[in-house]
Write a new protein. Sequence first.
Length: 440
Amino acid sequence: MDGYLKIEQSRFLGGEVPLVGAKNAVLVIMASLILTEGKSKLSNVPSSHDVLQMIKLLKELGAKVFFDKVARTLEVDTASISRCKVSKDIMRKMQASILVMGPLLARLGKADIALPGGCVIGTRPIDYHLNNLRKMGVTIHIEGEYLFAYTNGLLPQRLILEYPSVGATENCIMAALGAQGTTQIINASAEPEVLDLIKVLQKMGANIRMTPPATIIIEGGATLKPIEHEVMYDRLEAGSLLLATAVTGGSINLPQAPAYSLDLFLMKLEQMGHYIEIGSDGVGVRLKATRSPQAVSFKTAPFPGFPTDLQAPMLVAQSLAHGKAVIEETVFENRLLFVSELQKMGAFVKVEGNKAFVTGVDELYGAAVNALDIRSGFALLIAGLAAKGITTLSGLHHLSRGYESIQTKLIGMGATIEHIDEHLTSPVVTTQSSYMKEHR
């Protein structure tokens, strides 16, 4: 996405809104298909920029891929995968590209990749990946921006993660499937997206189970077969849309929202005074915003704690609430960098280390702001919807990495947003009526 968004104050957003598949689930599931030989089919696949990059990556390895963006189905034939090298151009555009390392080592015994890129939210130490892969018998050399890994045979091991890293957990699970014997991962991540990956691998024929406390046990050596799978709905898109509704004073129904994976987040919204109704079996969320939101403090943490990916938009909600809040970011050290952009809009926030001290204000004001990463981009977008006057938001490529046309979905909820592409002779405008016609 080139250009910028012109955002006007938009009150009372809402309606019944459909969700798409989770970006953080589908990317690793796509990588896991390298473990199979044949045609797999995924449904509920979002058309985000990161998904399109992962398609390029799989094609570069030799896979045949067909993506129906309208039906949101993805067919991947991995029978002809024979290459193990991923170009720097693809790797530097998304952090999730590192997730092909485990399955490539399990299938081909080799992975030549550039070091991954992504957002500026902070270090995502791939040492958690590399140290445990070395324990499994992988030789790794790093030369400049490139990483060369090979093995004469993966070894089952007892692996211990210093931190329950999502990516390291996923990479180690997939690599362990290529080892003959039992591998244990201690202090493993239990994020819902990791569990969706495990479901996929079990469909392939893998023997994987979880035991307390936070241990994943993998029996390697099985021949894995292609699968069909519907990707879980995106809990982070659900949380984002709930916050867009909350800061604009509206009402929304998300019938597909996985509320069971958002317990702490939803509790904090209730503590602010918003009305929350959860559907049967923990699926579906309705929110009616309070006219007098109260500030609440929170600390991000691995699941089932408060999601770091919802910290930035939740901070915007606190900046418009009555009272004071302390927000502590424990996952990524640079998640609070976007505060300087929010301050341009009149937010009263003081940052000290990994904590933000927020005092609610009566109004935010439109300003020219820039997205620094996926989630801060959305946070500044909803700040613009709540702010008096006009906000212009640049850095749109971040939004397109994490969301499928999120501004169009907000327009369908009643937002006034205009996409200005400076390379075109006229603005790209999507109206609410055109959105509704397109998504009937």
